[in-house]
Design a protein around this ligand. Structure first.
Ligand code: FAD
Length: 400
């Protein structure tokens, strides 16, 4: 049975993540928001600490690289690396989402590797910082429409195509690239490949200027006759095993993005409560909402929404740790948390007036940063579509 309190064994670890967020991420937040594309050097030391925790076993799941599932059928209730990852990501994103996304070796590509790699691949790619490249100029939400090709030639796959909006694509060591083995076979032929950064034929074309998460680099990457060893195909090359293999990554990564949203929204709520108190508006948990000032009532309803997002995120991660199918819950958590974070961060700007809108506080930044959390790893609309399909028992062909 699920117990939604933070497990005792993770408490010290979560406190540590919070301390790092308060002392290293928050103080550098504005600086790297203003200095877009400048490398946040402070993160190198932090990443080394996280690696150390991982190696000692105390911090498994300190970031995106920890989300490996146990095999189905394992005995007992498990609080594992998916749960510890979402808990630590919530804390880190209370500090700064863009900086969390820039943490070496904790990229979304690392979760893809952790989710679907064989044990041999997991060992081979240990310590590699991996970005995730699905989106193309003509393929975003419709990820079954991948145009990048992977053609087997001897012991290599030869990749051709273009990937856009690759988070950490400029700074990473490797990119997990979705490509099709045969366009005529549709979604079943889509596989993911680990492409190391120095591979000939792979070029980082440019970095994007963005609304939010400006500390995180976002790259366009071109592949021209880029040869990748056959053994870098993640999971199975078997076309009969189909699209489900690569899609399985999302069951682990969507709760992580939901956790980012939960962390960012909590940062906004806490600062807003303090600013309201300074302005003489106190949120009273012992009085009915209709007897409180409008700002306090708005605050309380935002907190209730936040709590729902938080609990749904824990549920989705806990199910992954316990080898339960969680595609539905992962999408519910991502939809609720992404939408809630957008709503909360913007309403906090509204509630705090000129203070919220100006650069004196980070509230305006959080409202910009949170937008992406309702877009990448599947937009709000796509999550709702997936949820509807699952609840109604419809296929993707029946409900588009
Ligand atoms: C800052 C940033 C970082 C990113 N990082 C990465 C990354 O690391 N790796 C990566 O692969 N991608 C990344 N992306 C890309 C992101 O995942 C896509 O932007 C997203 O999947 C949406 O795709 P699209 O932009 O092509 O929009 P489209 O798919 O063209 O959608 C446009 C709008 O239409 C809606 N829509 C589309 N289809 C439907 C439908 N069937 N029903 C209802 N509404 C629909 C969408 O919800 C959206 O609102 C990133 C994007 C940004 C902005």
């Amino acid at each position: 049975m699920i117990n939604l309190e933070t497990p005792r064994k993770f408490r010290a670890f979560v406190n540590q993540a919070h301390q790092v967020a308060a002392e290293m991420l928050r103080p550098n937040s504005r600086r790297y928001d203003l200095a877009e594309h400048e490398y946040p050097v402070e993160l190198d030391m932090l990443a080394a600490m996280v690696d150390g925790l991982g190696a000692s076993g105390t911090g498994s799941g300190a970031g995106a690289s920890g989300v490996r599932r146990p095999s189905a059928g394992e005995e007992g209730v498990v609080n594992g690396s998916n749960l510890s990852s979402v808990l630590s990501i919530m804390e880190m994103c209370w500090g700064d989402v863009g900086l969390l996304l820039s943490m070496p070796r904790q990229g979304l590509g690392n979760s893809a590797i952790a989710s679907v790699a064989s044990d041999e691949q997991l060992q081979r790619f240990d310590g590699v910082w991996a970005a995730m490249a699905i989106t193309e100029p003509d393929c975003g939400s419709d990820s079954a429409n991948i145009q990048t090709t992977a053609r087997l030639d001897g012991d290599d796959y030869v990749l051709n195509g273009e990937k856009i909006f690759v988070t950490a694509g400029g700074r990473c060591d490797a990119v997990v690239v979705w490509a099709t083995l045969d366009k005529t076979l549709g979604r079943a032929a889509i596989k993911s490949f680990v492409v190391m950064k120095d591979t000939p034929g792979m070029t980082v074309e440019r970095l994007e200027h963005k609304l939010g998460i400006r500390a995180s680099d976002t790259a366009t990457i071109r592949f021209e006759n880029c040869r990748v060893p056959r053994s870098n195909l993640l999971g199975t090359a078997d076309i009969d095993k189909g699209f489900a293999g690569v899609m399985q990554t999302f069951d682990n990564t969507r709760p992580l993005v939901a956790a980012m949203a939960v962390g960012c929204a909590r940062a906004s709520l806490e600062l807003t409560r303090d600013l309201l108190a300074e302005a003489g508006v106190h949120v009273d948990y012992d009085r009915p909402i209709h007897l409180q000032p409008a700002a306090a009532a708005t605050y309380l309803s935002m907190e209730a929404d936040w709590e729902a997002a938080y609990l749904l995120t824990l549920q989705a991660a806990w199910m992954a740790d316990n080898a339960q199918p969680n595609s539905l819950q992962a999408s519910i958590a991502k939809a609720k948390a992404g939408r809630t974070a957008n709503d909360i961060t913007l309403r906090c700007v509204e509630l705090t007036g000129t203070l919220g809108y100006s650069e004196h506080e980070l509230l305006e930044k959080w409202s910009r940063d949170s937008k992406i959390l309702d877009i990448f790893e599947g937009t709000q609309q796509i999550q709702q579509l997936i949820i509807a399909r699952r609840l109604l028992g419809k296929t993707s062909a029946e409900l588009k």
